[in-house]
Design a protein around this ligand. Structure first.
Ligand code: PGA
Length: 261
């Protein structure tokens, strides 16, 4: 059985003090939820402080992720942060190819592939984000787009590597809009993504790889999304900014493991 994973993507929210205060409040709320992997992705400046706070207060099951990285190890890349630097600060995962990065910062499938491979080489788990725009969905291009993003984004990975990464399906039209995909709509896509992983890598890799859903996940819709068999967790933006709201979403994912037993 795949272990659910729920990640908070704070985007460009929370300064250092706010991030630490949130973490102190949030961690005890999920301390007993041992069946779910919980991840916090704050802005860069808060990463080491969150790692330290969680360690000091004994919440070792909550992992910290970066929202972005550069693929190169070091060099003249003003403003960038390398995966080695992230690892040295205790960061365990990294978001790659979020639609905001693709759209606003012109990230390409090839660049996403470089980062994904660099993260794996550095021992950091990539959460590779894919998703279609509204226009692509309405012109029946959803699967074509997703297939391309997976084919190019994960090119060159071994089946074992694919088994260990996270794929996040985030329809662009659902991010920050309040228009969540219906559980059936999302599950249909997740199933197709898994078929693609199976064809491109192996059945075992496809069955092991966790595919999480993102796009307007809230406490009110999380439980229903989690009942779908191919949805292995959530990537949460807006609703992760309040500790109680994010904890409720984690709890909804824990229900998934209880019901599956
Ligand atoms: P949202 O963002 O939950 O605010 O829609 C999700 C994301 O961008 O990862």
């Amino acid at each position: 059985m795949r272990r659910p994973l729920v990640a908070a993507n704070w985007k460009m929210h929370k300064n250092l003090k706010e991030a630490v205060a949130y973490t102190r409040q949030f961690a005890p709320l999920v301390a007993n939820l041992s069946e779910v992997d919980v991840v916090l992705a704050p802005p860069f400046l808060a990463l080491p402080a969150l790692v330290d706070t969680l360690k000091r207060e004994g919440h070792t099951r909550i992992q910290v992720a970066a929202q972005h990285s550069h693929a190169e190890r070091h060099g003249a890349f003003t403003g960038e942060v390398s995966l080695g630097m992230l690892r040295a600060s205790g960061v365990k995962l990294v978001l790659v190819g979020h639609s905001e990065r693709r759209r606003l910062f012109h990230e390409t499938d090839t660049g996403i592939n470089e980062k994904t491979r660099a993260a794996i080489a550095e021992g950091i788990i990539p959460i590779v984000c894919v998703g279609e725009t509204l226009e692509e969905r309405e012109s029946n291009k959803t699967f074509e787009v997703l297939k391309r993003q997976i084919r190019l984004g994960l090119a060159g990975l071994s089946p074992d590597q694919v088994a260990a990464i996270i794929v996040a399906y985030e329809p662009v039209w659902a991010i920050g809009t309040g228009h969540v995909a219906t559980p059936k709509q999302a599950n249909t896509v997740h199933t197709r993504l898994r078929q693609q992983l199976s064809a491109q890598f192996s059945l075992e890799a496809a069955q092991a790889c966790r595919i999480i859903y993102g796009g307007s996940v809230k406490p009110s819709n999380a439980a229903e999304l989690m009942t779908e068999p191919d949805i292995d967790g959530a990537l949460v933006g807006g609703a992760s900014l309040e500790p109680a709201s994010f904890a409720e979403i984690v709890l909804a994912s824990q229900q998934k493991t209880i019901e599956d037993v």
